[in-house]
Design a protein around this ligand. Structure first.
Ligand code: ZN
Length: 213
């Protein structure tokens, strides 16, 4: 993290904010209505002690309600893609950003580098703001991976394996084909200004693990 290359890159917060701006604007009108309708029930579920986890192996670390759009997927929008990201932040800082009501960014899941731990921050039925493209946000599950795109030491066996297990679960849940048409990088989202997960992400290895999971 002290690598001078990292400091030359824009921070993840800046990257995420730039990316999220369009989605946030596009979402504003429908989001406020949907949130007004749905918000009273979700905190109630939490207050009642029910953790709204989708992936059973995740830790529930909810994003701020300001950072995603309440929805009722997959009936409201089909879930057709898994979008793979690299955070440009630490695991802990990424969770903190998602909990910051002014961040205007979130993803459904965050996978840690050292041990592949998985945090869930947004319920799968809701639209996380991760792809920088409203249409893709509505139709995808976003998975962030702790690390920096130009620092290979973050791309550990544990992270690949645990993430692949998560992606396989998502694909099975929604009937998403386990291929590169449907499991895509953030950089492959139309209009993307982001480069993550970057050239160090081993897609062949990842797809193999997803299919074997
Ligand atoms: Zn990204």
């Amino acid at each position: 993290m002290a690598d001078p290359h990292a400091r030359q890159l824009p921070t993840r917060r800046a990257l995420l904010r730039g990316s999220a701006a369009f989605a946030a604007v596009a979402a504003t009108a429908s989001a406020s209505a949907a949130r007004a309708a749905a918000e009273p029930t979700t905190p109630g579920r939490r207050a009642g002690g029910v953790r709204p986890l989708d992936y059973p192996l995740a830790e529930w670390t909810p994003a701020s309600f300001s950072n995603f759009t309440v929805a009722n997927r997959p009936s409201q929008y089909p879930i057709e893609y898994v979008v793979i990201h690299v955070t440009q932040e630490t695991f802990a800082d990424t969770l903190a950003i998602f909990q910051d009501p002014s961040a205007a960014v979130s993803s459904h899941y965050v996978v840690g580098s050292a041990d592949g731990r998985v945090a869930q921050c947004v319920e799968e039925r809701n639209v996380a703001w991760h792809a920088g493209n409203w249409s893709y946000n509505t139709r995808s599950i976003g998975i962030e991976h702790e690390g920096w795109v130009d620092e290979p030491e973050w791309f550990t066996d544990a992270m690949y394996e645990k993430s692949a297990r998560l992606t396989a679960y998502v694909c099975d849940a929604y009937g998403i084909p386990k291929n590169r048409t449907h499991i895509i990088g953030h950089s492959e989202v139309p209009g993307a200004t982001h480069t993550d997960p970057g050239p160090l992400w081993d897609w062949d290895r990842y797809l193999g693990l997803v299919k074997a999971a």
